[in-house]
Structures are given as C-alpha cells and as structure tokens.
Design a protein around this ligand. Structure first.
Ligand code: RFL
Ligand code: PHB
Length: 391
C-alpha cells in the first residue's frame, strides 16, 4: 500500500489531519489500532477553543457541532464557598469556547472520512515507523491477521501518548520535559441536567472539583483523588457527597444528583517531547505532548499541530518550498509551551497537593483572590482558556 501521508492514529489529531489533507487535495491513509466503536465512545475532552471551532467549521466538519454544541461565554471559579465568574468575551475582545464532546468530534470526522476521504483502517495496529530519516518512510502494521507495509512520503504520528511513532526518533536526538502530579481525576458521567449553566472549577481544602456537561441533560463531573485511585473504590453516593462538599457555596446553589453511567480515573501529567519532527516523521497531539486536563487544552493543541502540518504541506505542494515543514517543530512548540504553562498554572492554583503546607494553601487562595481582584489577572486566565493564536 502506498500514499503521500501515512497517519497513525484516529483520535482527533489523525482524523482532522486526514480531513484537512483531503480538502487540500493530498492523499493519506489512516491506521487505527482500535475498532470504530471504541474510538467513538472513549470519554475525554469536552471544551473546544474558539480557534478549534473555527477550524472545524472551515474544514466542513462543524455542522452538527453548530446545531448541538453549547457555546459558553465564561466559567465560574469557586473557593471558600465564594463564586467568581470570568467573562471571556469581555476580557478577550469577543472570544469564547464551545462545549462539544471529543466523542462527537470524532464521530463527525469519521463519518466524513468514510464518505468522502481516503482509506481509514480500524483494527490496524502500527508496529513501527521505518526509514524516518529518508524520503520514503514506511509504517509496518498488522491488519486482519496479516503484517503489511504502508509506504509514504511523510508519516505523521497521531498515535497518542502510548503510541509507537515517537520511538522512531533516535534517543540521542530526543529531549523530554516531564512532570507527574501526585493526584488524578475521578470523572463521572451522570444522567442529570447540569446544576449550573457554565463550567465550575472549585478549589477546596479537600481537593479540586469540576462541574462540566455533555448536553442539557447529561452532566460530566470530576473530583481530585490521590494518584493510583481505583474508580470502583468510590461508591456513587460517596461521589455525590464529596462533589457537594467541594462545590458548596454560601448562597442557595444546589447540586442535583442523578444516575451515574460511567466512572473512571485519569492520571495527570505534563510532558513535552522535543523536537516534534525527525526527517520525514512528524509528531502531533498527545504523541508529542500532554497537559493536565485542568486547562482543557489537550485536544485543542492536537488541532493546532495538524493545522500547522497541513498548511506546511499545502505550501510545499503549491510553491515547492519546504520552509514551513522545516519550521513545523518550532512553530508548534511555541504554542505547546504556552499551553503547558497555562495548564500548570490552572492545576497548581486549584489542586491542593497531598504534602501542601499551610503556606501553600494560603498562596492558592491568594492566586484566586488575585484573579477576582485584578482585571489583568482575569484577562490572562481568559486568554489562556479561550486559546492561544494558531500561528
Ligand atoms: P488520542 O485521542 O489519544 O488518539 C490517538 C489514537 O491513536 C491510536 N493508536 C494507534 N493506532 C495505530 N497504531 C498504534 N500503534 C496506535 N497507538 C495508538 C489510539 O487508539 C487513538 O485512537 O490522541 P490525539 O488525537 O492526539 O488527541 C489528543 C486528545 O485526545 C487529548 O489531548 C484530550 O482528550 C485531552 N483532554 C482534553 N483536551 C481538551 O482540549 N479539552 C478538554 O476539556 C479535555 N479534557 C482530556 C480531558 C483528556 C482526558 N483524559 C481521559 C486523558 C479530560 C480527560 C479526562
Ligand atoms: C470535560 O467536560 O470533560 C472537561 C471540561 C473542562 C476541563 C476538562 C474536562 O478542563
């Protein structure tokens, strides 16, 4: 099998890249190790930045998002039973975000790809990228019990944190920057209307809590738990009791409970692999970098990477110049590090660490007070949350 761009992974990065290349008249093949149902139902991100919304629309993949997505103009911060709303458009010159689940973005892109795009193979596991340092790299993969080879001009590793693409970069050329956190998030989906019309990020001495949503009738909520916690060690009522404590306010706001339909624990880490390119191999999305979910940046960074790659390859096709492809890693990393900084700030402002001292607690409260008291501090948060420019 032969193609121009071999794409490993059908998460948001790989699927959107295939769509952007199709629109630019460049052929690709997508290899995905899992089956379609798994990819379409894996619960993950929920927030699309303004820039991501614009990209999906321009790619012709925004129709259902515009019908079913929930535009949000702000978030609420809570601490010490207080509430403070951050108004995004007022602070950023009109930018906002959209609540539309990653599962739905993937469903839309898969449907488009199967209808109009190039091959998208499910249950096709990439085993290795070969010849990354040549002009004819290939991907060895297993599909329907057979081992096959996909010959390409370029390979883009969109295979997430646990993928194989990154392994093709020689160790002596790789630099990894990493931080793990001593806590994770216990996330639930519940069949109950969200108890607030915007997302609520709460800092409590017992730990962080987040109220989010998937639709007007489905809530998504998270609790900070110690790293390594087993989701089944938390009973349903125990989860609601804890959410209620951490989200509590001084006024008459109430948390509505409902049947919990899914429960899982996500570890938290910050991770950057540099460079994001080696020869004919490009890394995009979680394959190259991870952020803790507190800033809602992961999916949006993946979108930024593949837009940068698709633009660079289109430019090469039109002008014959590899200038933008050569700039790929540096261009992406500037934006990646801004998001790493923002996600780290949000995480450390809102999550009390298990070994936090009274001094650390006071500092967290002071950072929150600062956001509430200073328009400059508030605007910094709003700019980071609604997203860094795609240049
Ligand atoms: P993905 O989504 O991990 O997709 C990688 C795909 O590659 C496949 N794969 C392989 N295929 C073939 N051969 C191999 N050898 C392969 N190895 C792996 C995998 O099966 C998979 O289909 O990476 P991608 O596309 O880079 O997308 C990244 C996003 O998924 C991720 O950053 C976000 O989900 C992070 N994230 C959030 N991001 C946001 O922007 N906003 C949010 O609100 C947000 N909330 C979250 C999140 C992530 C979470 N978890 C579970 C980590 C909330 C949570 C709880
Ligand atoms: C979600 O709805 O899953 C979500 C929202 C905001 C975050 C992280 C996850 O910061």
């Amino acid at each position: 099998m032969r193609t121009t761009v071999g794409i490993i992974g059908a998460g948001p990065a790989g699927l959107l890249l295939a769509r952007l290349l199709h629109n630019a008249g460049i052929d690709s093949v997508v290899l995905e190790s899992r089956d379609r149902a798994y990819v379409e139902h894996r619960q993950r991100a929920g927030i699309l930045e303004q820039g991501t919304v614009d990209v999906l629309r321009a790619a012709g993949a925004g129709e259902r998002m515009d019908r079913e997505g929930l535009p949000h103009d702000g978030i609420e911060l809570r601490w010490q039973r207080r509430r403070h709303r951050v108004d995004f458009p007022a602070l950023t010159g009109g930018r906002s975000v959209m609540v539309y689940a990653q599962t739905e973005v993937c469903k839309d892109l898969i449907a488009l790809q199967l209808k109009e795009g190039g091959p998208l193979l499910f249950e096709a596991e990439a085993l290795a990228v070969e010849g990354a340092d040549t002009d004819s790299p290939s991907v060895r993969f297993r599909h329907e019990g057979r081992e096959e080879v996909l010959e390409c001009r370029y390979v883009v590793g969109c295979d997430g944190f646990w993928g194989v693409a990154r392994q093709a970069v020689p160790a002596e050329l790789s630099r990894v920057f990493e931080r793990t956190y001593p806590f994770g998030w216990l996330g639930i989906l519940a069949d109950v209307p969200p108890s607030h019309d915007e997302l609520v990020y709460a800092r409590h001495d017992r730990g962080f809590a987040l109220l989010s949503m998937r639709s007007p009738s489905v809530s998504r909520l998270y609790l900070q738990v110690p790293a390594g916690t087993d989701a089944d060690s938390w009973g349903d009522e125990e989860i609601w009791d804890e959410l209620e404590r951490r989200l509590e306010t001084a006024d008459d706001w109430r948390l509505e409970r409902g049947p919990i339909t899914q429960k899982s624990v996500t570890p938290m880490r910050s991770y950057v692999h540099e460079p994001m390119r080696y020869g004919s191999l490009f890394l995009a999305g979680d394959a190259a970098h991870i952020v803790p979910p507190t800033g809602a940046k992961g999916l949006n960074l993946a979108v930024g990477d593949v837009v940068t790659f698709a633009r660079a390859l289109s430019y090469e096709k039109e002008t014959g110049s590899a200038e933008l492809l050569d700039a790929y890693s540096g261009t992406c990393l500037r934006r990646v590090w801004q998001a790493e900084r923002f996600s780290y700030d949000m995480t450390t402002m809102l999550h009390p660490a298990p070994d936090a001292t009274p001094f650390d607690h006071r500092l967290q409260l002071t950072r929150l007070e600062r956001v509430a008291a200073s328009r400059a501090a508030e605007a910094d948060l709003a700019e980071g949350y609604t997203g860094f420019p795609l240049d």
